[in-house]
Design a protein around this ligand. Structure first.
Ligand SMILES: [Zn+2]
Length: 450
């Protein structure tokens, strides 16, 4: 892979001090960052195999999308008027068509999602779905990094729970890919709603044995707490803490309905984090908003996620930072309780920390994998400012991302995918989309006849 010198851009390291270098430089050797610094210390270019002039660019760590379901791009625009954060909305728009999914649908769908993510600056995402093997294969082909949580939905069928656990365990064993870009996890869909207490306990045990995390939806719809309040008289977080669930690495999506007691559960846990999915939350029509400011004040890691694009419609993490900031201001009733620097940290290093990857990615620091995103600042909206983070978040767009590297490998060059032509990804996807929705229509017609 050799060595590369990047120079000339405004570098936001997102290190512990949020150091920024105007006209700075980064060096990369064998896929890892070997140096970063200000203009005055720029190394001699002759010592590098490749030299990249990033003048006029903002250079940031690759963005981390901490919660999505990448295969669900097939449902884009198919849940209008439904809240995907309630069981009812999910039943109405997703559940029935989902039964017509077949394994060969997954690759083309995930390939399109990975392409959209890379082209808008995301280098790592956290996915939770069925067909984990097919997702992993598509992730490897795309070159993006992903935590893939094997989706477990029990839905009142104990035997199915046991089978799913065995399959998820086999997935963990198999998916320890040599280049480390696929990180297998467990993904119980939602506690108590469709995973029983015994199954949840067994999942934590296996996850701890393998040293992996569990990614799940929590406190996102009224059902989550209703179920446990009826059964145990406590919220789901408190009930889960009692059965030892929070001893593992827990990454919880949405967390809209958290009480002060629930926040304390997250704060006490050794490795509990939240994915705040502001756009998906707003579009769902839930009145509550994830208490991201309170969670952070309590010391909980809060990452940002788009959720599936049936809910969000976009994988643009720059837009997601903007919405997360706007919604937090509205919720707290004051100007920017989450600063632009906070938001960029949440979309990079805190996302990495939530996924247990902060030693490897999330900031531009010596020794970390070279996951780098650059934004071209020559277009409209990016005029002179002393505050590059605010410029990026409130004036910027994922469509202005120009180059992206993962582990030092350039995957986007001049807004174009390097490994595979976007047009071929789109045309494969279009065929899959057409055949999937034809199957859905046929299944529906058959049910009506029967
Ligand atoms: Zn979700």
């Amino acid at each position: 892979m050799g060595s590369t010198l990047f120079h000339g851009g405004t570098i936001l390291t997102v290190d512990a001090e949020n150091r920024a270098f105007e006209d700075g430089w980064i060096t990369v050797r064998e896929g890892r960052i070997s140096g970063v610094g200000p203009k005055a210390t720029t190394p001699d270019p002759s010592g590098y195999d490749e030299v990249f002039d990033l003048t006029g660019h903002l250079v940031i760590p690759g963005l981390v999308n901490a919660h999505t379901h990448s295969a669900m791009v097939l449902f884009r625009g198919r849940s209008e008027g439904q809240s995907l954060l309630t069981m009812e909305g999910w039943y109405n728009s997703i559940r029935e068509p989902e039964l017509s999914l077949i394994s060969s649908d997954i690759g083309p769908a995930v390939a399109l999602s990975a392409a959209e993510m890379l082209l808008s600056g995301t280098t790592t995402f956290c996915d939770q779905y069925f067909f984990a093997e097919e997702i992993a294969a598509a992730v490897k082909a795309a070159g993006i990094r992903a935590v893939i949580a094997y989706g477990i939905v029990q839905l009142g069928d104990a035997e199915r729970g046991v089978e799913e656990l065995a399959k998820a365990t086999a997935f963990l064993e198999q998916q320890r890919s040599a280049d480390g870009r696929v990180i297998p996890w467990f993904g119980p869909h939602a506690p108590y709603v469709d995973n029983t207490e015994d199954l949840l306990k067994a999942e934590v045990e296996v996850a701890n044995t393998f040293g992996v995390g569990l990614h799940l939806h929590m406190a996102c719809g009224p059902e989550d707490n209703e179920e446990t309040l009826g059964r145990y008289g406590t919220t789901a977080s408190v009930a889960l803490e009692k059965i030892g669930f929070f001893n593992g690495r827990i990454h919880a999506a949405h967390c809209i309905d958290l009480s002060a007691e629930d926040i304390a559960v997250f704060a006490r846990a050794p490795h509990a984090s939240v994915s705040y999915n502001a756009t998906a939350g707003l579009r769902s029509g839930r009145k509550g908003i994830c208490p991201a400011v309170d969670l952070r004040a309590a010391g909980v890691t809060v990452a940002l996620g788009t959720d599936n694009v049936a809910a969000n419609n976009s994988y643009d993490m720059i837009a997601e930072m903007r919405v997360a900031g706007l919604v937090a201001s509205h919720r707290e009733g004051r100007a920017q309780p989450l600063s632009s620097q906070d938001l960029l940290r949440m979309a990079t290093i805190e996302g990495a920390k939530a996924l247990g990857l902060d030693g490897e990615i999330g900031s531009l620091e010596v020794g970390k994998a070279a996951d780098i995103t650059t934004i071209d600042l020559s277009g409209p909206g990016y005029s002179e400012t002393p505050d590059p983070e605010t410029l990026l978040i409130y004036s910027g767009s994922g469509r202005d991302v120009r180059h992206v590297w993962v582990a030092g490998e350039q995957l986007v060059r001049n807004r174009t995918l390097v490994r595979r032509d976007y047009a071929s990804i789109r045309s494969d996807y279009a065929k899959t989309y057409e055949s999937f929705w034809r199957r859905v229509a046929e299944a529906k017609a058959n049910r009506e006849v029967a």
